[in-house]
Design a protein around this ligand. Structure first.
Ligand SMILES: Nc1ncnc2c1ncn2[C@@H]1O[C@H](CCC(=O)c2cccc(C(=O)O)c2)[C@@H](O)[C@H]1O
Ligand SMILES: [Zn+2]
Length: 353
């Protein structure tokens, strides 16, 4: 940041710039985006749940001791989604929250297996997300696309089922663009999922597994070599392997960086120790994302503000980050051009006195 921008006024201006900046988000989970407002509505529908409804109690509830604890709490929120109407409400309200932050395009990671195994009819599930997607685009101007992910810890049966839900022509939703892999990495080696990714890719889906969030760079190599990843979810530990950084940079394989998430799940100790600067220094295509924003007490705008501080960015640097997400997205070429131009127009207007 320049001297002027490091003044309090400058920082405030930068926040205002971020708030109005048109953005794309590539790494954000469906259930993990349930705001206190949405959680309260769902909890009121299902009063037997143990999830607190009071916002202050929720903040405590969303304080995690480690990654395993995070997944445990995450699954208690998954348990609040019991009917197709819950699925629709969650999806539609998440889009409303995105629109408030000037998010124009988002690839939302959904774990359909978690819902179908809880008894939600698979056809009704697909209809609910698609109905919400269309309404969100018409009413909020947010274009949503889906990434269906395998919950890794649940094993190959969940992988098989996720693949079926993603590729069966009678079920596959129109908005589906990619296939992912989430959950814990420790004790869940990536190569076992190769056959499922091969089939998903053959069916036209893009490969975007989480890797290197809680384990080392070898997991990122596995995601690239075995799962043919086109982007990496987190990829935090890539910083420990210069050859890997060079490979990511050379092949324009983007990292979906989620700084606050990495602190909340204790994957990284402090924000100042976050390797994002090493990524950009190595020429890696960095995108900024919020992962599970209300659970981590953040939102996409705050993640851009964090990135501005860690990378010492001004308005043009922030606009460049926003354009990285468009470049790494699975938007069609016309949509990509439109959003890139919108970002440029916004930045020029802001910077013109
Ligand atoms: N930062 C994250 N990093 C990784 N993943 C994250 C992150 N945030 C959210 N997730 C989500 O958590 C899910 C994992 C859920 C899971 O493993 C599981 C295991 C056993 C039973 C069930 C069930 O539903 O009964 C689910 C992933 O699929 C992913 O979409
Ligand atoms: Zn994630």
């Amino acid at each position: 940041m320049t001297d002027q921008l490091s003044t309090r006024e400058g920082v405030r201006d930068l926040h205002a710039f971020i708030a109005g900046l048109p953005k794309a988000e590539l790494h954000v989970h469906h259930v993990g985006s349930a705001s206190p407002r949405i959680v309260s509505t769902l909890a009121a529908r299902h009063p037997d749940s143990q999830v607190p409804t009071d916002p202050e109690a929720l903040a405590d509830y969303f304080t995690f001791t480690d990654f395993a604890h995070f997944i445990q709490v995450y699954l208690s929120v998954v348990d609040l989604i019991r009917t197709p109407e819950d699925v629709r409400l969650l999806t539609y309200e998440v889009a409303r929250d995105m629109a408030r932050q000037q998010v124009r395009y988002a690839e939302l990671t959904i774990t359909p297996w978690s819902s179908t195994r809880r008894g939600i009819d698979e056809r009704a599930f697909m209809d609910a997300i698609e109905d919400a997607r269309k309404a969100a685009e018409a009413e909020f101007g947010v274009v949503l696309r889906w990434c269906f992910d395998i919950p890794g810890e649940a094993g190959l049966e969940a992988a098989e089922e996720t693949l079926r839900l993603a590729t069966d022509d009678r079920l596959r939703p129109e908005g589906l663009v990619s296939f992912g892999l989430g959950g814990p990495e420790i004790g869940v080696p990536r190569p076992q999922f190769k056959p499922y990714f091969d089939q998903a890719i053959a069916a036209g889906l893009r490969s975007v597994p989480h890797a290197g969030e809680t384990t080392g760079p070898e997991t990122v190599w596995d995601a690239l070599n075995e799962l043919r990843a086109e982007r990496i979810g987190h990829g935090t530990s890539s910083a420990r392997d210069p050859k890997l950084l060079a490979h990511l940079a050379e092949n324009r394989i983007a990292l979906e960086v989620c700084p606050t998430s990495n602190i909340a799940t204790r994957a990284v100790r402090t924000l100042d120790e976050h390797p994002i600067k090493e990524f950009t220094r190595a020429g890696v295509l960095v995108t900024i994302n919020s992962d599970d924003p209300p659970m981590f007490g953040t939102d996409l705008n705050n993640e851009y503000a964090v990135a501005a501080r860690l990378l010492d960015l001004d308005e043009l640097g922030l606009a460049a980050l926003a354009k990285n997400a468009v470049e790494a997205s699975f938007l069609d070429p016309a949509g990509r051009t439109r959003l890139t131009e919108e970002i440029d127009t916004y930045a020029s207007a802001w910077l013109t006195p």
